[in-house]
Design a protein around this ligand. Structure first.
Ligand code: LLP
Length: 414
């Protein structure tokens, strides 16, 4: 299953990746349906009832990916109306949607209320008041959870840590109880939950459990005042192994979380995993355009750049890079693997031992999460195509953008 070499060819399930590159061109994102499903089941199997798992759409929002998950009964964590419309188009149920994000517009709130989403994860008192108004105009009560910032150190890259006081997310712990009281007093707000999300790519689950303890104490305090919080949403953040790291054991994490939550009666637990569902289920295929021996370094120039996969440039993220064909006769040498974009920061990997020659295809591994969704048209580069493999079949799930797509909607002056 998943990505493996067989007869020296890297495959997605039973499809040879080199053949996909030939057929559909590069750069090319390729996902494994079986692996997405297996990753989902690793969560859903260990999840107690009542429960709700909401896949974080931002990790990979392709309609086919969302549809595969919707068929497994997934809920969805969205951060924009664009993501909401994708979920609906892909067959997701509005009532299983939670809406996160620090700066929701009134128009976004109205659309989400019309669809009847399950919960607004509100991040500030100002947002609470706006939602109260918008819900009033619609003659409905908005289901609300307040996102609390539990001030725990997620021990991850500073750009993806979100649970510290210094971050823009959520309501500070010291102000949380008052914010809940205020929410409970507003006529068009129905307080149903409390949520947090302390960061992404956590390899150690201790900070999640610390945060859960803090959230449970808060929920008990609020319930003692008659504010009936019925669910706790612990957000996403479970990390995956990009290099040789030990990724968290999902079963052990969920069991520990469940045990803690047993302290509080009738509490529905929710999670919003993104990366852990799709991260290792995708690769980015790229072609070696040139080898360029420099005076200090050797460069491997490839046809995918930071516009296709931003993570290395933005977070110094490490992704394994492998030739899709082994033992081609090329000798393994030390390269900086760099893209075609005119930026020094445009690289996929520094100082990598790779055996490949001009024209060979490489796979950038673990690119299924925050790969395509963070891609752009910078340098007027059309975005890559996306393929989903299922067994021996490859489905095009997004066509490569054309040059015409690049200037769609642009106008010359009259
Ligand atoms: N819930 C909330 C409220 C979030 O903000 C996020 C991610 C998630 C769930 C899903 O987290 P995950 O399970 O995927 O860790 N672009 C960065 C990651 C940014 C994550 C932002 N929030 C990267 O490529 O590493």
């Amino acid at each position: 299953m998943s990505f493996h070499y067989e007869q020296q060819q890297l495959r997605a399930e039973s499809v040879v990746l080199g053949e996909l590159a030939q057929r559909f061109g590069t750069p090319l994102y390729v996902y494994s349906k079986a692996l997405i499903e297996a990753n989902w089941r690793a969560f859903s199997e260990h999840w107690p009832s009542p429960h709700q798992l909401c896949y974080a759409v931002k990790a990979n929002s392709n309609l086919a990916v969302l549809n595969v998950l919707a068929k497994l009964g997934a809920g969805f964590d969205i951060v924009s109306v664009g993501e909401l419309e994708r979920v609906i188009k892909a067959g997701g149920e509005a009532k299983k949607v939670v809406f996160s994000g620090v700066a929701k517009s009134a128009a976004e709130m109205a659309t989400a209320l019309n669809y009847g989403i399950g919960c607004f994860n509100v991040e500030s008192v100002a947002e609470l008041h706006r939602l109260n108004e918008v819900a009033g105009e619609h003659g409905v009560q908005a289901p609300v959870s307040l996102r609390v910032n539990p001030n725990v150190d997620a021990q991850t890259h500073p750009y993806i840590a979100t649970g510290l006081r210094a971050n823009k997310f959520g309501i500070a712990m010291e102000q949380a109880a008052d914010a809940f009281r205020e929410a409970a007093s507003l006529p068009n707000i129905n307080v149903i939950g409390a949520d947090c999300h302390i960061g992404s790519q956590l390899l150690n689950t201790a900070p999640f459990l610390d945060a859960a303890d803090i959230m449970l104490n808060l929920i008990m305090e609020l319930r003692s005042e008659g504010i009936e919080i019925s669910h706790l949403d612990m957000g996403g953040g479970v990390g995956i192994a990009y290099q040789q790291e030990q990724s968290p054991d999902i079963g052990a994490y969920l069991t520990a979380l469940r045990e803690r939550c047993e302290r509080v009666d009738n509490l529905t637990l929710m999670l919003e995993p993104g990366r852990a569902i799709v991260g290792n289920a995708g690769v980015l295929l790229t072609k070696v355009e040139y080898l360029k021996p420099g005076s200090e370094k050797q460069f491997m120039l490839v046809d995918a750049g930071m516009n296709d996969l931003l993570r290395p440039s933005l977070y110094q993220a490490w992704h394994d890079i492998k030739p899709v064909k082994q033992a081609t006769g090329a000798s393994s040498q030390l390269y900086d693997v760099v893209g075609p974009v005119c930026e020094t920061g445009d690289f996929l990997g520094h100082a990598r031992h790779i055996a490949a020659e001009q024209g060979d295809i490489l796979a950038v591994m673990n690119a299924g999460a925050y790969g395509f969704t963070m891609s752009s048209n910078y340098n007027s580069r059309p975005r890559a195509a996306e393929i989903m493999v299922s067994g021996a079949t490859a489905h095009v799930i997004r066509e490569r953008e054309t040059l015409q797509d690049l200037w769609k909607g642009e106008q010359l002056l009259p």
